[in-house]
Write a protein that binds this ligand. Sequence first.
Ligand code: ADP
Length: 493
Amino acid sequence: MTQYILSIDQGTTSSRAILFDTQGRQIGTAQQELKLYYPHNGWVEQNPEDIWKDTQFVCRGVLQQNNIHPSHIAAIGITNQRETTVVWDRVTGQPVYNAIVWQDRRTADFCQDLKDKWHEANVQKKTGLLLDPYFSATKIKWILDNVPGAREKAKQGALAFGTIDCFLLWRLTNGKVHATDATNASRTLIYNITEQQWDDELLDLFDIPRNMLPEVKDNSGLFGTTAKDFLGVEVPVTGMAGDQQAALFGQACFAPGIVKSTYGTGCFVLAHTGDKPVFSKNRMLATVAYRLNGKTSYAIEGSIFSAGSAIQWLRDGLGIIKSASETEALAQSLTNNDGVYMVPAFTGLGAPYWSPHARGALLGLTRSTTAAHIVRAGLEAQAYQTQDLLHAMAQDAGSPIAEIRVDGGMVKNNWVCQFLADITSRPILRPAITETTALGAAYLAGLHMKAFASLDDIQKTWQCERRFEMLMPEPVRQDLYTGWQHAVQQVLT
Ligand code: ADP
């Protein structure tokens, strides 16, 4: 009987279910857009009931579309938008407030207050993260402080906290299991990534009762079994990881020096750093890459806020292209950038600059500048920003970066991949399956079910579709990158 693995990929803007066979081949996909709510300036929320409803809908949908009976599903893997916070009542299973999304900035003042009191160094030493509203802890505190009666109930042990993976697992098991995995826990700001446990000192700092917290499990293992009313049969959930870590796993980055870089709306670069966390001196994040059989591997992470969103702006804001796919030929039509640079700091600059007030710029314009130059500048910026992160990572990690495995919507663009290889002076590997996040969750689930015997076995399954090598002469590369560094300086405030 053919067996399949069902990956649930619950993202910020959509929920998806992707079906893989036990060789890691993609069989089908179903997707549902997810609504975001912006109740105040800087607040971003989602309805957890929508997330649950959509998850059920896409899981059932992908099976129906592909005519596969649920009894053929060997296991489920879950991957999810990270940090987004849900607090629910343990008895009724009802959330006490909307999900507060990772992008939400409502706790910025509280974070600044803690920074002013010199807490950041200790927080970074324990969690690998920085004091920022991005992470879960201050969102949990906000719910306890602002939802009437919530703190009292939490003290009595009546409330549960979870990131989206954990909330889905609770619902999938009909409230039987309250658990998360080490990667999702590592994004909460209350989890000690070296000791691999919730940290009492940080729980005090953020005023969060320990009894709200889920059990933290390895990324591959039995998390629980879905209740019968989900698919009509009970299916084990055997893999779980936050989206960027799942992508790292899906790209088979299992050794120090291998980097995965995702170019979607934003860009996330994760480098495997081995079995010890590397605490950054360059404001990058240390995080759990995966934990298998109790053994933790770590990663260093940097994020760029605007990657594909710069291309969306060229299309929707400037109107100089009709679709993203036109950019490849336009960039190709020029032999060089003629000194035109775009700094896509539309919402500030992320790592390694962390300049929230910086704004975007186009530089080097002359009367011979054309739309092609501006498009090319938007694409080039992704490579320069990647090189900025790699430079900071190499300084922190101390080990050379061997190769970069790329994914996300932008890497369909061959010109982008080649320019990345040129500017980073490293091989760029584009995989055959670019749904790496869902694939990572499937690999994790399949590892426990023995569909894959080992990481080596997964490594063999992973296939490179195309490899891009550096072709640009070094002096040209240096000139271009110097031009970018000069451009960035103009927007830093
Ligand atoms: P997300 O998962 O963040 O929604 P995707 O991984 O689906 O994003 O990537 C979509 C992004 O990729 C969009 O911002 C789009 O502008 C960009 N994109 C898609 N195709 C191309 C292309 N051929 N060249 C450059 N950018 C592209």
